[in-house]
Design a protein around this ligand. Structure first.
Ligand SMILES: [Zn+2]
Ligand SMILES: [Zn+2]
Length: 429
């Protein structure tokens, strides 16, 4: 006998059920409206790319590449991976389509699923939605300021308060190697007190020790040299100007000398945006990013400075739900409910429903229900103001009864006037 198996989703993967779609839609809209205002153009890149696209810039020792990437060989023996983030694919497309020939900077944004084989925990899923906003071909620190401002705008628009922006500069090829050297020397002298992960990181990338979450490592880092004191003149000037833009924009930022980001390709300004509440801190960064002046070249393009942000759409959605941030359902749903009673009325209702659809006036219905009481209950639950009642008498005499659910007042409208009449009614606030 065949064994009955119960199918379930993969660990760390989840369904976004109809109830939560309203949040998703709101976030997508907010990102889209904001970035379009700033002149960004949408680009869609494939979910699957050659592994090198992700590995080259992130660095082979980054957690993302080392353990979190879903990579596999195709039947044609290509080594490919599900994208762990959007930026490398966008940069690959920028190079491949010769966008460096366009007037610079090129401003692109994208939104879609990304994949990381991470340990599932709060705010971390193995498939998650991310929005990515990238400026390619501009080295000005004003771009850093604008990217941060835009990310802040999106979160504010979504109803978050107490937004905190942490910024740091991690230097560039000019000054970072030396800093890494003195940082390594410092940590090496305390090596036995570091966690085992950090002892390994020390060999590969000492900067990563700075963002270790282990308490004993954080105690040691408190005495570590800070990169801000070791930036070259160029990086120092850039960071100073970027901060001046943030001051000018009156953005609530703090300097965090331990912020390094997990990916090798970042240069100069890096930032993370969190929501400052117990719930918010548990989720971690809602948006993060920075400058990546070397990535285009690393991926085979020309020397092209760039800056961008990844916005954690899934994470933001979860936090909005947890914090019970209200999303206005009114604009999404209809204010009119079409109720019917009897076969003849039901038939005519279907036709009337089509007329409303053609007139682009949203109307809710429950044609499968026969009882008027049940339909009115549904309408009430949906918080609907206007109910059109189409009964036997109405169907016979070609009129419809309109009930205002707030006042209980009823009136009769001729059937051929009902669409126009309702159009004026729903327009009124
Ligand atoms: Zn550690
Ligand atoms: Zn530098």
């Amino acid at each position: 006998m065949e064994k009955k198996i119960k199918l379930q989703g993969l660990s760390g993967m989840r369904d976004i059920l109809p109830d939560h779609q309203i949040y998703l839609k709101k976030i997508q809209k907010s990102v889209e409206n904001t970035v379009h205002y700033y002149g960004f153009q949408k680009i869609d890149v494939p979910i699957l790319e050659f592994v090198e696209v992700f590995a080259k810039g992130a660095g082979t020792t980054s957690d993302v590449v080392e353990k979190e990437m879903y990579s596999f060989r195709t039947k044609g023996q290509d080594l490919v991976a599900l994208r762990p983030e959007l930026t490398p694919g966008i940069v690959r497309a920028y190079i491949e389509h010769g966008m460096y020939n366009l007037p610079q900077p090129v401003k692109l944004w994208s939104l879609g699923p990304c994949f990381r084989h991470d340990r599932p925990q709060k705010g971390r899923y193995r498939q998650f939605l991310q929005a990515s906003v990238e400026v390619l071909g501009d080295k000005s620190p004003s771009i850093d300021g604008q990217i941060i401002q835009m990310s802040f705008d999106v979160l504010k628009d979504l109803g978050f308060k107490n937004i905190n922006i942490e910024v740091n500069s991690i230097g560039d090829a000019e000054c970072r190697p030396y800093f890494k050297k003195i940082l390594t020397a410092y940590f090496r002298s305390k090596k036995s007190s570091l966690c085992s992960d950090c002892q390994r990181r020390l060999k590969e990338n000492p900067l990563r020790v700075l963002d270790c979450k282990e308490e004993k490592c954080q105690r040691i880092r408190a005495g570590a040299p800070q990169i801000i004191d070791h930036l070259c003149e160029n990086c120092h000037g850039h960071f100073k100007q970027a901060l001046e833009f943030l001051d000018e924009l009156e953005l609530p930022y703090t300097l965090n000398p331990y912020l390094v980001r997990g990916l090798d390709y970042y240069t100069k300004t890096v930032f993370e945006i969190t929501e400052n509440s117990d719930a918010g801190m548990a989720y971690g960064a809602l948006a993060s990013g920075g400058r990546y002046d070397n990535l285009v070249k690393l991926l085979g393009g020309r020397d092209t400075p760039a800056c961008g942000v990844g916005i954690g759409v899934s994470r933001i959605m979860d936090l909005m739900i947890e914090k019970e941030i209200k999303v206005d359902k009114k604009e999404e749903s209809s204010q009119i409910f079409l109720a019917q009673l009897g076969q003849s009325a039901k038939r005519k209702s279907l036709k009337l429903f089509e007329e409303f659809r053609a007139a682009k006036i949203p109307v809710a219905e429950s044609f499968s229900k026969d009882s008027l009481r049940a339909q009115l209950k549904t309408a009430d639950k949906m918080g609907i103001k206007w109910v059109l009642i189409f009964g036997q008498k109405e169907a016979l005499e070609d009129f419809i009864t309109l009930r205002n659910m707030e006042t209980g007042v009823q009136e009769e409208i001729k059937l051929d006037k009902v669409v126009e009449e309702m159009r004026t009614k729903v327009k009124k606030p």
